[in-house]
Design a protein around this ligand. Sequence first.
Ligand code: AVI
Length: 324
Amino acid sequence: MLTTCLQSIDKSNQHLNREGEDVIQGLTNEFKYLPPKYFYDDHGSNLFEQICELPEYYPTRTEALILSQYADEIAQITGGCELVELGSGSSTKTLFLLDAYQKIANRSQYIPIDVSGGILNSTVVKLQQKYPTFSIQGLIGTYEQALIKLESTPASSRMIFFLGSSMGNFNPRDCDLFLSQIAKTLQPGDYFLLGIDLQKPKEILEPAYNDSQGVTGAFNLNMLSHLNWRFQGNFDLNLFTHQAIYNQEDHQIEMYLNCQKSHWVSLDSLDLKVSFAKGESILTEISRKFDLASLQKQLEYKHLKTVKVWTDPKNWFGLILCQA
Ligand code: AVI
């Protein structure tokens, strides 16, 4: 019988951010915003898996194509090491890497980390069956919690990977802090593998975030349901609509929930009552599109040296392997 190897990361560092404080801050700001981490309750994580399959949403399959071609080369470069994945979700693309590492090492360790315990649990069960020689331990928690934990438990050699251009969901300041934290967590010689979405025309980007089946719209609105159950709220999802636009100046997709009617919303467990005006929007996500050369400079500045970069034939997506 298989037992799931899952652990919640010690929440003792949560004083850094009191539960729901970020919601209060975002909804009381002049221009309302909500942190994208609130997309990912179990339903939101499932909707995101559906987004990855959409014909308009090119990032997942483009990154998978790159990984399918170069995972063996990545494993050859790094050699056997502890594999740590931030924001692993269903780990679908990771299979290319796990296959490659299985070929070069008898026994490997894989640590998938995700905030969504439901999806992590089913992924770990599935992977333990597929890779019996791997030691797999899922960690439930945020990136910040994960990196703090990893820093205190160094491995003899490690590769942290962050795929799917999830770093694009950080604003420039948080991105900089994140890269500093990665650099601090890695020991000299350890690796960091980063998947990033590259700049491209608006005509390709906007449909990717406004799909014809409305899955991205449902994903965006689900954030309000998540806040309702998490903070005893009364958001009415019928009073908001999804919008995604490409901001060409800042090279980022911006996703909004637009309010259709003036009303009040309460989040009882946060002791919060917020008024919404008709036409007002909540910014729920930015998805930055990167320029490879400037990102490499930023990584270099953090003492993360580029070892190799792989892209697809259209140069839509990039995979950067760096070494500390
Ligand atoms: C998780 N993240 C990289 C996705 C993105 O493309 O920014 C989230 C997403 N939002 C809407 N569609 C996908």
